[in-house]
Ligand binder design. Structure first.
Ligand code: BTN
Length: 256
């Protein structure tokens, strides 16, 4: 009988490197529709239609990392909310591993942006789709700024090249490939959420700070009180209530 978590063993993961593609997330979803059984990484040197969160475009020139991981039925629906935090822990470790020690802090902003010196250096987009055969595809798309960064965005941005990293997207991906397998094994289809939450908190920024959370239809202001056991952000509104928030964009009042 396989041991718990063995589904995410390193040697179960495959990787296909493409030169140019519309979006590595779309490519993974197309593979899922065609019957792929998951644990497939697709990377591309360049994306022609890279997607960001909330329908935004993700500019994707050669020199940065564009990578997506296809998972099929990764966990029961009630345990899936913790996956974004696990992903953040893995991507954080990969970025930390390629930077020289002693620079600006590398931190996670809820749920899974990676910041260096409080500036965004990586975006993560999780997309799911039900397949005709009843399986559920989930794609983890990761874009890491290495040589380029967007110009016209309403938040601070940075790139690894400005923090002492002079190597290639392939080198960052090699770390990401290993770290993701390790962390997904610990996550264990959501059963390892306690350990994932502990690791996430150890690298998170802004807990205890005043924040604004932009939801799709309104903005909320309060104190970032931490995360609950599902991975939801807990916002202390200051009126004696703590609101759990499943999805939104966080802005720190002191820097953004
Ligand atoms: C964000 O808006 O912060 C998320 C950006 C996610 C971009 C990555 S790049 C690889 C993958 N393919 C896409 O089309 N998007 C994701």
């Amino acid at each position: 009988m396989p041991s718990r978590g063995s589904r995410f063993s390193l040697d179960e993961f495959r990787h296909e490197a493409l030169s140019e593609v519309g979006s590595t997330n779309s490519e993974c979803l197309a593979r899922a529709r065609a019957g792929d059984f998951g644990l497939l990484w697709i990377t591309a040197s360049r994306q022609l239609a890279g997607r960001g969160r909330r329908g935004r475009a993700w500019t994707s020139e050669p020199g940065n990392l564009y990578a997506s991981l296809l998972l099929i039925d990764p966990a029961p629906p009630e345990r899936l909310a913790s996956l974004p935090l696990a992903v953040a822990v893995a991507v954080h470790a990969a970025i930390r591993a390629v930077l020289p020690p002693g620079g600006d802090p590398v931190e996670v902003k809820w749920p899974n942006d990676i910041l260096i010196g409080r500036r965004k250096t990586c975006g993560i987009l999780l997309e799911g789709e039900g397949l005709p055969d009843g399986r559920r595809a989930l794609v983890i798309g990761i874009g890491i700024n290495i040589r380029h960064m967007p110009q016209d965005v309403p938040y601070g941005v940075t790139r690894l090249a400005d923090h002492g990293f002079g190597a290639s997207p392939e080198e960052v991906f090699a770390h990401l490939f290993r770290e993701m397998a390790d962390v997904l094994k610990v996550w264990d289809e959501g059963r390892g959420m306690t350990e994932i939450s502990r690791r996430w908190r150890a690298v998170a920024c802004g807990i205890g700070e005043k924040i604004t959370v932009n939801l799709s239809d309104r903005s909320l202001v309060g104190t970032f009180a931490g995360i609950d056991d599902k991975g939801f952000l807990m916002l202390d509104t200051g009126h004696g209530e703590i609101l759990p928030i499943a999805a939104g964009d966080v802005f720190f009042d002191r820097t953004e």
